[in-house]
Design a protein around this ligand. Structure first.
Ligand code: NDP
Ligand code: GDR
Length: 351
């Protein structure tokens, strides 16, 4: 083994997982390159704390403009950075938005993955560069088997999931066809204080904090009956890294093995903000009422219902336990508390 620092390239470095992964790899001594999109507004808030001026002598974190829809750009960045490991986290990652932007989602999430794999192949780096693909429990979609594991059949239920299905299989194909060290992490939902504000957990914890601080009156949600297997993002990015340290590439489920209805997550988050909710009504008329004041704090708005829903996700992470030694640590109840506390702090500072 040489003592040269390993080089990693992260697509989607400005997202929730990208920020945690970049931190993890820097802590491990890697040189980290990240691809960020050009945006008219600031989009590097999550990596502000690890940003390094590239002029600094010992800088190990570098950002490059790029996009998963631009093959020329991906080839150039892979050539310039010569990564030992690529983590493909970039995606239009919002399931509901994928119903509004299906073609773009297919392009960025599906064909984008192909572009990156082809960049490796065109540059003759198949044997040098290991590849991680951000696959998802959304592949399971319509319930075929519970808990869901690596052998459970896929049944995607959204343009997002269909695009990720293509990405999953093109990664398997490049592994088999060209002997690439390419692995899929089939990750169940993972959240954190850095979670995007329109995903349900963060939408809930932000609203609970804002209502507590008198900045918002109530919260509108969609399907309260959906169940998700929620873990902590910081622990899941460690699993990504572990997959690329294995001698052989493979596909792994990362999950907690516990599932929780959206409604329960709402109750927890509001309790952590000091409210006790009582539910009244059913379906679109269901309301969450504060028992102390009688005020309606949570209402259902059908605009957040999806044309096709994924009702139940619960993962079986046994393979990751056995082969990677990976385990989740944070229980979902504690995750909800951490997110509410963080949102209360951020909002009370006025941000
Ligand atoms: P985020 O939505 O927080 O981050 C997505 C990242 O991709 C952002 O950096 C975003 O840039 C970037 N991006 C979006 N479109 C493009 C594009 N066309 N070209 C380049 N970059 C782009 O997602 P997460 O961090 O939560 O998830 C990371 C990955 O893991 C995603 O692929 C997601 O689909 C997948 N996944 C996530 C799970 C979860 O529970 N979080 C579970 C399973 C899979 P910008 O900041 O500019 O928007
Ligand atoms: P998901 O996450 O679709 O599982 O995809 P999201 O938090 O968006 O939804 C979870 C469940 O909550 C229900 N829901 C609502 N969702 C949102 N966003 N907003 C609402 O108001 C609302 N009300 C109820 C949804 O219907 C759904 O059942 C996430 C993303 O990170 C994907 O990129 C990733 O692949 C999967 O997790 C695993």
């Amino acid at each position: 083994m040489s003592d040269r620092a390993k080089v990693a390239l992260i697509t989607g470095v400005t997202g929730q997982d990208g920020a945690y992964l970049a931190q993890l790899l820097l802590d491990k001594g890697y040189i980290v390159h990240g691809i960020k999109r050009r945006s008219s507004s600031f989009n590097t808030g999550r990596i502000e704390n690890i940003y390094q001026d590239p002029h600094e002598e010992n800088a190990r974190f570098f950002l490059h403009y790029g996009d998963m829809t631009d093959a020329t750009n991906l080839i150039r960045i892979v050539q310039e950075t010569q990564p030992d490991e690529i983590y493909n986290l970039a995606a239009q990652s919002h399931v509901q938005v994928s119903f509004e932007t299906p073609e773009y989602t297919a392009n960025a999430d599906g064909v984008g993955t192909l572009r990156l794999l082809e960049a490796i192949r065109i540059l003759g780096m198949e044997k040098k560069t290991r590849f991680y693909q951000a696959s998802t429990s959304e592949l399971y979609g319509l319930v075929q088997e519970v808990p869901q594991r690596e052998t459970t059949p896929f049944y995607p239920r959204s343009p997002y999931a269909a695009a990720k299905l293509y990405a999953f299989w093109i990664v398997v194909n490049y592994r088999e066809a060209y002997g690439m060290h390419a692995s899929n992490g089939i990750l169940f939902n993972h959240e954190s204080p850095l979670r995007g504000e329109t995903f349900v957990t963060r939408k809930i914890t932000r609203a609970a904090a804002a209502i507590k601080l008198g900045k918002q009156k109530n919260l509108y949600l969609g399907n309260l009956d959906a169940k998700r297997d929620w873990g902590h993002a910081r622990e899941y990015v460690r699993g990504m890294w572990m997959m690329l340290q294995q001698d052989e590439p493979d596909d792994y489920v990362l999950a907690t093995g516990e599932t929780t209805p959206v409604r329960t997550f709402v109750e927890w988050a509001f309790a952590d903000a000091g409210f006790t909710l009582e539910w009244q009504g059913e379906g679109v008329d269901e309301k969450g009422i504060d028992t102390a004041t009688g005020k309606v704090l949570v209402e259902v708005d059908p605009r957040y219902f999806r044309p096709t829903e994924v009702d139940l996700l619960i993962g079986d992470p046994s393979k990751a336990h056995q082969k990677l030694g990976w385990r989740h640590e944070t229980a979902v109840r504690d995750l909800a508390r951490e997110m509410v506390e963080s949102d209360l702090l951020v909002m009370s500072r006025g941000n």
